[in-house]
Design a protein around this ligand. Structure first.
Ligand code: DAH
Length: 344
């Protein structure tokens, strides 16, 4: 019995030294130290021995078990370390190596300009909200005094989601102006809101046109708003964005949902009025459309036009960004080209 245990011990230890993996080690443990191992059965058989023999055999078996157990633990430690070493690619790890810098992202130029525009208006007391890009005909056209067959629909090449003949047709909003209606339906004056967001047009793309672009809409309604408030607010806006000494001009223009309607332009900062390619030799750069909210539009939203008046405006964010930074092609913005985007 004693001899058998010694043979077993030396065989087990010899095998143990040859093991290369943790799974081989586990198989070894089951074989030599597990419940069904020779050693465990030997220990179990001790009770059948006469007391004298039991003591010596017991001590011996326990010594063998303890020796296998401690060699097992030591080998396990060794194999675990070398497994970690392999998984990190070699035995040596240079802890002094500097970490790799994570690339830091930035806001898209259009997002930056939207934030800047909104913060100028926020300083003047306007709230910023957004609205749906999929709109009903009613909000995009009808409620803005552009009923079906109105020639002004030609101003907006529309991406329809349903048949355009259908009065309840859905479309991708062609401007942010539908939010004027949603705001006036939900809130009572005094109102001051700006609405940034995506807009869509069914249009062939070129250097100055894209089928998706951003606008910022604005609306102010109160009991005593006049054209003077419109001009003060929007001139101040233009000077905040383009510089204090920028010349600003208001001229009449037509939009069905405002009366009078107008357009605001800034003096061309490239030629200072002398005439160049940027301003098409006019000396002026159009920045936004605007006007006093049409009484019919107010009334349609349940706001009494004999008590209240308001002004509205809408501007193209890509256009403003292009003018400001001298971008030569609107398609750069959504090309995903880092060489372009990193400049902002
Ligand atoms: N929605 C117009 C467009 O996309 C721009 C515009 C003009 C907005 C006059 C307004 C406005 O709020 O009063 O061309």
């Amino acid at each position: 019995m004693a001899d058998e245990l010694d043979v077993l011990e030396s065989a087990a230890l010899a095998e143990l030294r040859e093991l290369q993996t943790l799974s081989q080690l586990e198989a070894w443990r089951v074989r030599y130290l597990g419940k069904k191992s020779t050693l465990t059965s030997a220990l179990r058989a001790l009770s059948a021995l006469p007391p004298e023999q039991r003591r010596t055999a017991g001590a011996h078996s326990n010594a063998v078990k303890a020796s296998l157990q401690s060699e097992y633990e030591a080998r396990k430690q060794e194999l675990s370390l070398s497994t970690i070493g392999e998984s990190i690619g070699g035995a040596c790890l240079d802890v002094t190596l500097p970490g790799r810098a994570l690339p830091i992202g930035r806001l898209h130029p259009i997002t930056q300009v939207i934030q800047e525009i909104c913060s100028v208006f926020a300083r003047m007391g306007f709230q910023v909200i957004d609205g749906p890009e999929v709109e009903w005909d009613y909000y995009n056209f009808e409620a803005l005094n552009i009923p079906q067959d109105h020639p002004a629909r030609d101003m907006f090449a529309t991406l329809w989601l349903d048949s355009s003949e259908d009065r309840n047709a859905r479309l991708l909003r062609t401007h942010t102006s539908p939010m004027q209606i949603r705001i006036m339906e939900e809130h009572r004056p005094p109102l001051r809101f700006v609405v940034p967001g995506r807009t869509y047009r069914y249009e062939a793309t070129d250097a100055t046109h894209d089928w998706m672009f951003h606008q910022v809409e604005g609306l102010a309604v109160d009991s005593d708003i006049t054209l003077r408030d419109l001009k003060e607010t929007l001139f101040e806006f233009c000077r905040s964005i383009f510089g204090r000494d920028t010349g600003v001009r208001f001229r009449c223009d037509y939009f069905p949902f405002v009366e009078p309607g107008g357009e605001i332009a800034i003096e061309c900062f490239q030629c200072r009025g002398g005439g160049c390619r940027l301003c098409g030799s006019t000396g002026w750069l159009e920045i936004l459309g605007t006007g006093m909210v049409h009484p019919d539009v107010l009334a349609r939203c349940g706001i009494d036009p004999s008590v209240y008046s308001g002004f509205a405006f809408g501007m193209g964010v890509e256009r403003i960004t292009i003018l400001r930074y001298g971008v030569d092609d609107i398609r750069h913005f959504y090309s995903g080209d880092f060489r372009f985007l990193r400049q902002f």
